[in-house]
Write a protein that binds this ligand. Structure first.
Ligand SMILES: [Zn+2]
Length: 320
C-alpha cells in the first residue's frame, strides 16, 4: 500500500470516508485492490482500530480475486425475453450482498444506463448484512453520459442513515464528467511514471506554508511554478504531455494532504484538478510555467484582482 492508501484507510475504518471517491493513477489492478481494501475497512465487523481484519464474514467475501471469478449478472429484461449470449450482460459482479462491482462488459465501449440500474436499485434498499453498502465502478471513465447522470442522481439522494460509498476507478480523473468529479473526492495512486520523490514534496510543502499576503504573492506564485515545472520534467516542454501534468497534479495533491487548514487543502485539490486538465490547452505558444502561474493564482487567491498571467489562463480555460 502507498501513502494515498495510508491516508484513506483510517477514514474508511472510522466511517468518515467521503461518500464518493474517485481513485485514479496507478494500474487498474492497484485501483481495484485499493477499492476492495476500502470496502473491507468500511464494512468489517471488528472494532474500528482493527478494520479491516481480513477474517470476518464480511472481509472474507470482499475479495477482489473472488469478485474476478464471480459470474456477471444478466439484465432482468434480457432474461425475460429469453435472449441468449451476453447481450444482456450488465457487468455486475457480487460476492458480498452489500458490495457491488460494476465493470464494462467485454466487447462494449461504454457502460450504458441499463448497466447502472442494478447499482441504483441496490442503493435504494437497505443493506442485507453489513452496516453500509459499497459500489465499485471499474473504468468509471467509460460511463456514458446517461449512465453517469443516473449515477449522479443516486449520489445526490442519500437514503436514510445508511452509509453508502461509491468508489469510481479511472486511470485519470479528468476523463470523468465534471459533474461526477465535483461531487467526489479525487485521490491519486502513484504510478511508476507519476512518482514524485519525497524530498521534492517536502520542499513544495515548505514553500506552500510560506505563502505571503499582499505584494509578495506574485513572486511566491512564480517560485511555486518553477518548482512545479521541475516536477513536470523535460516532457513538459510539450504542453500536451499528459504524464507531466499528472505528475505535477500528484505533487500538488501530496501537498494538499500535508496542509492543516481546510480551506488551503480545498484550494490545493482544486488546483490539482485544474492541472490535470492543463494538457488540453491547445495553445502551444503559452509556456507551461505561465499556465501553472495562472492556475495557481486563480485557485489560491480568489479574492485578489487578476494578474496578467491569471487573465490569460482564464481566457483559455474559462473562469475557475
Ligand atoms: Zn473484517
Amino acid at each position: 500500500m502507498n501513502r494515498t492508501a495510508d491516508r484513506l484507510m483510517p477514514l474508511a475504518a472510522e466511517g468518515r470516508l467521503y461518500p464518493s471517491v474517485i481513485v485514479s493513477g496507478g494500474t487498474a489492478d492497484d485501483r481495484r485492490r485499493l477499492a476492495f481494501e476500502l470496502g473491507r475497512a468500511l464494512l468489517c465487523e471488528r472494532a474500528p482500530e482493527e478494520r479491516p481484519c481480513g477474517e470476518c464474514r464480511h472481509c472474507r467475501r470482499i475479495d477482489p480475486d473472488r469478485y474476478a471469478s464471480e459470474a456477471r449478472a444478466k439484465a432482468p429484461s434480457e432474461k425475460r425475453r429469453g435472449k441468449a449470449g451476453d447481450a444482456g450482460d450488465v457487468g455486475v459482479r457480487q460476492s458480498h450482498p452489500d458490495v457491488l462491482l460494476l465493470e464494462r462488459p467485454p466487447g462494449r465501449r461504454d457502460i450504458l444506463v441499463d448497466m447502472v440500474r442494478p447499482v441504483v436499485r441496490s442503493a435504494q434498499m437497505s443493506p442485507y448484512e453489513a452496516r453500509g453498502q459499497v459500489f465499485v465502478i471499474a473504468e468509471a471513465n467509460t460511463l456514458n453520459v446517461n449512465a453517469a447522470d443516473v449515477l449522479l442522481k443516486t449520489l445526490e439522494e442519500p437514503v436514510g442513515g445508511t452509509p453508502r460509498h461509491f468508489l469510481l476507478l479511472a486511470a485519470s480523473a479528468q476523463e470523468l464528467l465534471p459533474t461526477l468529479r465535483s461531487r467526489s473526492l479525487t485521490v491519486y495512486l502513484r504510478g511508476e511514471r507519476a512518482a514524485v520523490d519525497d524530498e521534492r514534496t517536502a520542499e513544495l510543502v515548505a514553500h506552500w506554508r510560506r505563502q505571503p499576503d499582499g505584494d509578495g504573492f506574485a513572486l511566491w506564485v512564480s517560485a511555486l511554478a518553477d518548482r512545479l515545472v521541475q516536477v513536470g520534467g523535460k516532457e513538459l516542454d510539450d504542453v500536451r504531455d499528459r504524464q507531466s501534468w499528472t505528475r505535477i497534479a500528484t505533487a500538488v495533491t501530496e501537498v494538499a494532504g500535508a496542509l492543516d487548514d481546510r480551506g488551503d487543502r480545498a484550494a490545493a485539490l482544486a488546483l490539482a484538478n485544474d492541472l490535470l486538465d492543463a494538457h488540453r490547452l491547445r495553445e502551444r505558444y503559452i509556456q507551461p510555467r505561465r499556465i501553472i502561474e495562472g492556475l495557481a493564482a486563480r485557485r489560491l487567491r480568489p479574492d485578489r484582482p487578476e494578474t496578467g498571467f491569471e487573465s490569460s489562463v482564464n481566457v483559455l480555460m474559462g473562469p475557475p
